[in-house]
Structure formats: C-alpha cells, structure tokens
Design a protein around this ligand. Structure first.
Ligand code: PLP
Length: 899
C-alpha cells in the first residue's frame, strides 16, 4: 500500500513543513526503570493483542505512509502545526488520511458500475441514522490497527480522537438506523446500490436533562465541518413547488409558474467490509436559485430578495423529531417531495447516460424507457418517499412523453415498499388541499391512479361498494386526505413487513383487502443489523474471544456463530466470556462515573431499556417494576435481592407530552431510589441522557438484561433487540416483532417471554371488555406502586404531577395494556433475578443467544431483498493496485499513452 498519488507528487516536492509531529524513537532499549517507557510498553502490549493486528498489513512502510499523509493534512489541509493543533485537528487530519484511502476504491467502484451497467438498487429514505464514520471506515478498509499504531508513534491516542467525531444523527430511531445498516450490508455484498436522503443541517436534537425534564438543544452537527462528505454542485437539480397545471393542445399537461428550489447533492462514501467496493450515499441540500422570488426583483427590492433565500433553504434545515408519528406539516411534505424529485431526476439522468457500445468512447443517451425496471429497483423506506410514484409518472408522461399505461407499467415494476408500523397515528395521510396547493400535477396523477384502480376493484368485486371505499387512495373524513400506504400498495410490485409476525398482521388486518386483491405482492423481510458496527467494532473483548475460537469468517457470515454453541461446555471459554462482559461493564461504570458522577456496581445486573420513549414501548411498565422492587427492599431491608442497575434511555418527541412525563417520572424515581440508604446499593436507577448511535455502541456490550417489552402487535420488528442478543445479553420480552423469531431460535430456556400473545390482545380488544381497574384492584403490589406515584411520593414538590400520565392507564382505557401484563412481567422478572445468581448458567444462556444471532445479520436481510424483490446481482471490484485512478496525466505520460 502506498499513499494515493496526487498532482503535487508529480511536480516539485512539497516544501518541508516545520513543526510536524515526528515519530517517537521506536527503540525500547531505554532503561527499563524509566516510568514512561514502562507505561508505553504496557500500552503497546494491549495494542498487540488486538485481533485486528492479525488481519491487517501493519508494516513499517505502511505506517510511514499514514504518518506522512496525516502530517500533510494537518499542515496543508488544516493549516496547523503541532504547536497549535487541538485534538479536533488531529481527528480531522486522521479522517482526511483515512478518506484518502477510500477515494481510489470509490472511483474504481463507480467506474465499474458505469462500465458494466448492472441493475442498480436505490434505497430511498427520509432518514439515515449513520452515527460516526471514522472507526467504521478504518475497520472496513483494514486500516484500524495501522492507524492506531501510526498515531501511537506520534504520541496520540486514536481512541480519544475517535470520540471527538459528532454523530451524523440524521434519523430518529430504528427506521433510520436500519437504512444505515442496509448501506453497510449492500456494500459488503458488492451490490451496485445507492442511498438517497436529505442532508439535514440539524439532525435529531441533543437531549439534555434539566431538573429531571427533557430539554431539546439543536444538533449543530456540521459546525466543525464534515470530512466525510463531498459536495457535487455540478449535479444540481431543480425542484418545483406550487404553480398551476396547464392543459396543452396535444392533450398533455404542463406545470407552470412554479417556484424553483435547487437540490445540491453531497456524497458520502460507503465502503464494504474489505471487498474493494465503495458505494455512495447521496444526500440533498436545499439551495435557493438566484431568482428565488421574482416578484421582489421585479419591484427592485434586491436586499429583500437575497434575504428571502432562507425560505427555500429551510427545506433541509431540520429533521422532524417524530418516531412512529405522523404530523401533517407543510414543511415536512416539502421535504418528502424534495427528496423524491431530486432523486428520480438523478436516477433518470444516470439511466440515460450510458455507453451502449464498448467501442463508442463518449457517452450516449439511452432514449427508450423499456429497460428502466431492468436497470433500477427503487425501495421506499416506509411511505415517507411515496410521492416517488406520482413523480416518476409525471417525469415519464410530461417530460419523456410516454403514454399512461407504459409509464404505469414501468412504475409498478420499479417500486417496492416496506411498511414499518401499523400504529394508526403513524400512517401518513396528506391533506388533499395541501397537495393541491404545493403539487397540483401530482394530485391530478394520484386521482387518475385512483380512478383506474377503483375501476379494477369494482370489476373484480362487482357491487362491493364498501370495499371500494376502503381501498380508495382518497379518504373523506373531517378533511379529504390521501392515504399514502394505499398509494404505495397500488404503485409497487412488492410490499413487505419487517418481521414474520408483523408481515402476517399486514396480510390479516391492516391490508387485508389488498392481500385478497394481490396476494403475490406480499412478502416478509425480517430486519437485521450489521455485525461490523454492532459486534466487531463495538465489542472488542467479545470479538477477540470469538475470533480466538472460530476465526473471523463470522464478520461476513454471521451464521458461523453457531460454532460457539458447543463451547458452552468449555469451562475456560465460559469464564472468558464472563470476563469479556465484565470488562464492558467496568468501562460503562467508568463512563457513568465520569459523565454523570454516579457510582454503579459492575457486579450488579445491568438491566437496560434504551429506545425512543413511546407509550407502546412501555417504559412505564418498567417503572412499575422498579417501584415494586423498591417497595420490597423497603419492606424487607435485610432481604436477599439480586443487585440491579436499571438503565433507561431514549428521546421523547418534543411535542409528545406523555413521553416527556415518562422521562420525568423515571428521573424522579431514580432520585428517590438512589438516595435512600435502605436500598444499600441493591437497586440503582439511571436515566441515560442523549441516547444515540455512538452511545448505543458503548452501552449495549455491557448489558446483562435487554428489555423488549412492547405490547404484542405494536412493535413491527425492533432492531435494538438484535443488537443486545449478539452482544450476549438475555432478553425479557413479549412475543412481538422480531422477539418472536429470537425466541424460536434460542428456545424457552434462553429468553424470558411474558405477557399476552398477539391473538390474546386482539381478542381482548375485540371483546371491548378490558377494564384496567380490575387488575389494579386485584394486585396489591401494583396498586401500591400506582398509588405512590399518584400520591406524590416521587414528586413531593408537585404531588399531582403524574396524574395525567396515570389517567391514561386508569381512566382512558390503558391502550397498551400495562396493567394486564404487569403480573406476568413481575413473575418473569423474579425468575430471571434468581437465575442471574448462577453466573455460569446465566453466561451459558448468553452464549446460546450469541450463537443463534446469525440470522439477524442485515447481510441476510439484504440477500433476501436482492433475490426476492430487487432481482439485482453483485458487481465485484478488484483491488486498486498501482492504477492511475483518473489522475491528470503529465505531458510525458500523455505522450506515452498516445503511442
Ligand atoms: C437500534 C437503535 C434504535 C432502535 O431501537 P429499538 O429498540 O428497535 O426501538 C434506536 N436508536 C438507536 C440509537 C439505535 O441504535
């Protein structure tokens, strides 16, 4: 490996920089009484035993190349030298150094796609919850040990620098993180794939806890720049809003007098795991054109015209912080349309720009759209990008002059749709009036799609007018709205749920009529997570142990983990497994001490419930358990209790009152429990501030018990559950989402299942007889916990603070059946509390979980999408070796090429 060639290399030497960081003396032959030398030797030891060493090409020559690049970036890119550089400068210099190593593979991969012209996969998502890039990029490129040692030689600690990177928090929770895991898997499987999304200037807000309440702080993640993105202003695209539709003489339509906003693409490289593939995540940023509002220019108000550019640029200003909730705001609709219009214009440009003959040097236009569905598969991540369907129709009909039938055939063969939730409050229903004002041409197209669709329905089910109404894209309630899920169902060839149980509910309940019409369209694709970030990267102690025993193949073939199962009989292995978990817990304990000033006992059970705060996820049920444990300790201060550290974390949508009160309740209970001397360290409650991807990577490997306790039938899949499983935690959970499939794989003895099954919930709801008060009255421990919260035990300063919250349980029907499931939850919590006392038998269960986690790799999920939905194929990329990589040739090399 050598530093990528650049223009300056072929010219005169770069001037020798002055105060560059020089490598420390390598020789360790200094007197061994020298304290510094000993400390350094120790650190070198700990580096040496990292498995990455064995996998990477750590040579003196390669280390020198990294150091040289690093110093050049510090000096020439950042204009700093060692006397003034901060740790952030070192982080940026390292990122540029690593980025340089991505570039050659990036051009090469994209050139290969252009040359081979394969079917491309386009993943459209309003969210890509990427987290940090540096560590993952180094690991996927095989550079991490090399960089670590090179920096070490310069007296820098790479792990400290990695902590400086801001998360790319362009997502809310599971849906956005899934998109990020999919990008990693698509690149690792060598698929010609692209992520398309929005470059929000402000990602998911930063959560601060003030007096126990959540406060939102804007996430200004770009304030120090973003070394991972490359702006591509040369590919700017025009997006229209508003205006009117004119009927032309030839019977076609024209969208006129619209406002124009520009979409500027920013590209981020997505490297596969050590396979030379580097794909692209393209995020659009809104920019105002110079003639943003013509009326101001026309009236000569130049200053106002320039100032009002803000209005257009607000489109990509901020991520909407709702998880599983639809808020029909105009700006959000603009965001959704902005994404799909820019993306489809880009996809069509790429489709047209193709060399149809190998002998033709220059690009040729592809003019027929016949091949479009054979060259592009477009996956809609929930209904958020559903306007892609009418937008492609508009582009094909109004711009490319295709007929309706041909355009519709192309659409339905190109699009597929993933449903992520059945919660009614999350289903997108856009106001017809709003659509008419913002996207008049699209509304016309939606009406025409609906007319033809309902004609089809009524021929198949003559006289069934109810069915016709139920299946309409347009719904008439207090206001006329478009049901975006129905638009996706009619416009896609495949629709999938994200876990078996969820896909079955879609067929049986949510989209029952649609399943009767098109059973062949319905599929399941159980979600997954990338084992690179969620095991190899985040859990070195466990990764090291696994690699020691079964090698490294599992990194790209997670089913290999089954080879760990026989090791439950190997006593040393089990002890080493326990030690790895302990190491992670000690690290988290140190973090909690440093960042929150709280002491936790690393031998206690780490009982962790981290995810967005939502009533359906039932953090309140967890609180009832905590309060009950507290009461038992108070009643029996000398009793024998399993020591627990309960950690709850997650953000509440800023407008979600109940979710914010749940946070306040958790912090209030924590204040009482953690300061009560009777508790004596047997129960600690911690609310983990600002839960996000980089914090998940730290906390999950330290978990003993993973809480996945949503009401059966409400969590479509969950992916947090899978992260905990492969990191060796046991799950307490309901038979909901992917928990069902986890249970199938590990069996009754290795997971703690409780609560109603989905059929029981359905029966209870159908009967309409559920009375939460019956359960309150029947269970004294439950009644006592609720009464304490109600009576102000945890809120002495405001005794009625939690009344509204409790009313949702006691007076408003307890929609998520907490009171009904409480007793069984307590029973199973008690059982697992006892089981935890036998650390060896507990560890064996954990190992069985890790060993059976292979199915939950997103590589498996992506392989299934590729085969069953996208029908795409990998394009292998050869290693980059001594190629010019598109560098500008010198006169000499250009002359040589001519001959
Ligand atoms: C995985 C993940 C989620 C999703 O968690 P669930 O438990 O499936 O809701 C949410 N937030 C972050 C930061 C994650 O990494």
């Amino acid at each position: 490996m050598s530093a990528p060639r650049s223009r300056s290399d072929s010219r005169s030497k770069t001037p020798p920089p002055i105060d560059l960081i020089q490598p420390r003396r390598r020789s360790l032959s200094v007197s061994s009484t020298d304290e510094e030398t000993i400390a350094r030797r120790k650190r070198e030891q700990s580096i040496k035993f990292d498995f990455l060493d064995a996998l990477e090409d750590v040579t003196e020559e390669n280390m020198k190349a990294i150091r040289d690049l690093f110093n050049r970036h510090l000096h020439c890119t950042l204009a700093k030298d060692v006397t003034v550089a901060t740790d952030r400068d070192y982080y940026v210099a390292l990122s540029y150094t690593v980025r340089d190593h991505v570039m050659a593979g990036w051009y090469k991969t994209q050139k290969e796609y252009y040359r081979k012209d394969p079917k491309r996969v386009y993943y459209l998502s309003m969210e890509f919850y990427m987290g940090r890039s540096l560590t993952n990029t180094m690991i996927n490129l095989g550079l991490r040990s090399l960089c670590k040692k090179s920096l070490y030689e310069m007296g820098l600690n790479m792990e400290d620098l990695e902590e400086i990177e801001m998360d790319a928090g362009l997502g809310n929770g599971g849906l956005g993180r899934l998109a990020a895991c999919f990008l990693d898997s698509m690149a690792t499987l060598s698929l010609p794939a692209y992520g398309y999304g929005l470059r929000y200037e402000y990602g998911i807000f930063e959560q601060k806890i003030k007096d126990g309440f959540q406060q939102e702080v804007p996430d200004d993640w770009l304030k120090f720049g973003n070394p991972w993105e490359v702006p591509r202003p040369e590919y700017i695209i025009k997006i229209k809003f508003g205006g009117d539709v004119k009927w032309l003489d030839d019977g076609k339509f024209s969208w006129e007098d619209a406002n124009v906003v520009l979409a500027v693409p920013y590209d981020t490289p997505i490297p596969g795991y050590r396979n030379n593939t580097v794909n692209t995540l393209r995020l659009w940023c809104a920019r105002s054109p110079n003639s943003f509002d013509l009326s101001y220019f026309n009236h000569g108000n130049y200053i106002k015209a320039v100032l009002d550019r803000n209005a257009a640029e607000n489109i990509t200003r901020v991520l909407y912080p709702n998880d599983n909730f639809f808020e029909g705001k105009e700006l959000r609709l603009k965001q959704e349309y902005f994404l799909v219009s820019a993306t489809l214009q880009d996809i069509i440009r790429r489709y047209k720009h193709v060399r149809t003959s190998v002998r033709t040097k220059g690009p040729l236009e592809r003019t027929s759209f016949e091949d479009f569905p054979r060259k592009a598969a477009i996956q809609l991540n929930d209904t958020h990008p559903a306007l892609a369907i009418p937008e492609l129709m508009r582009l094909l009909i109004d711009h490319e002059k295709l007929g309706w039938d041909e355009a519709w055939d192309i659409c339905t063969r190109t699009f597929s749709y993933t449903n992520h939730t059945i919660l009614p409050e999350a289903l997108e229903r856009w106001s017809v009036a709003l659509l008419e004002r913002l996207l008049p041409r699209h509304l016309m197209i939606i009406y025409e799609i609906n007319r033809r669709h309902l004609d089809h329905v009524i021929t198949l089910f003559p006289g069934d007018l109810d069915r016709r109404t139920r299946m309409s894209l347009i719904e008439h309630g207090s206001e006329k709205v478009v049901n975006m899920a129905h638009l996706c169902l009619v416009g896609s060839h495949a629709i999938n749920g994200v876990a078996e149980i969820h896909s079955n509910i879609l067929k049986r309940e949510t989209f029952r009529d649609w399943h009767e019409l098109w059973p062949e369209k319905f599929q399941n694709k159980t979600n997954g997570i990338t084992p690179r970030r969620w095991l190899l990267q985040c859990n070195p102690p466990l990764s090291n142990l696994i690699i020691e025993h079964i090698g490294e193949e599992w990194v790209t073939d997670l089913d290999q983990l089954t080879r760990l199962e026989p090791l439950t009989e190997d006593e040393t292995f089990v002890q080493n497994f326990i030690a790895a978990k302990k190491k992670n817990k000690v690290r988290v304990a140190a973090m909690l001490r440093r960042d929150y000033g709280v002491e936790v006992n690393p031998s206690s059970m780490f009982d962790i419930h981290v995810k967005r705060i939502h009533e359906y996820k039932r953090q309140l049920l967890n609180v009832l358990h905590i309060v009950t444990l507290y009461n038992r300790i108070k009643d029996n201060p000398r009793g024998d209790f399993t020591a627990r550290t309960v950690i709850i974390g997650g953000k509440a949508a800023p407008g979600y009152y109940n979710a914010k009160m749940i946070i306040k309740l958790i912090t209030s209970v924590a204040d009482v429990v953690n300061t009560d001397p009777d508790v004596c360290g047997r129960l600690k409650v911690i609310f983990l501030e600002n839960y996000r991807v980089s914090l998940a990577e730290k906390i999950i490997p330290a978990c003993d018990l993973s809480q996945q306790i949503s009401l059966a039938g409400t969590e479509a899949s969950g992916t947090g559950n899978m992260k905990f499983m492969i990191n060796g935690a046991l799950t307490i959970g309901t038979l909901d989402g992917a928990n069902v499939e986890m249970h199938e794989r590990v069996g009754d003895d290795n997971i703690y299942i409780f609560g109603m099954r989905v059929n029981e919930v359905e029966e209870l709801k159908a009967a309409g007889t559920y009375n939460p008060l019956d359960y309150y009255n029947a269970n004294p421990e439950l009644r006592r916990a609720i009464d304490m919260i109600h009576g102000g035990y945890f809120s002495p300063d405001s005794k009625g603070r939690f009344h509204d919250l409790l009313d949702t349980l006691m007076k408003h029907g307890d929609r998520f059946c907490l009171l009904k499931d409480y007793e069984d939850y307590m029973r199973v919590q008690d059982q697992l509390g006892r089981d935890f006392q036998d650390s060896v038998s507990w560890a064996k269960k954990c190992i069985i979980n890790v060993a059976n986690g292979g199915f939950f790799s997103s590589d498996r999920t992506i392989a299934q999408y590729t085969k069953d939905i996208w029908r795409a194929f990998p394009v292998l990329v050869d290693p980059v070796v001594g190629e010019a990589n598109g560098a500008v040739p010198t006169t000499a090399t250009a002359d040589a090429e001519k001959k």
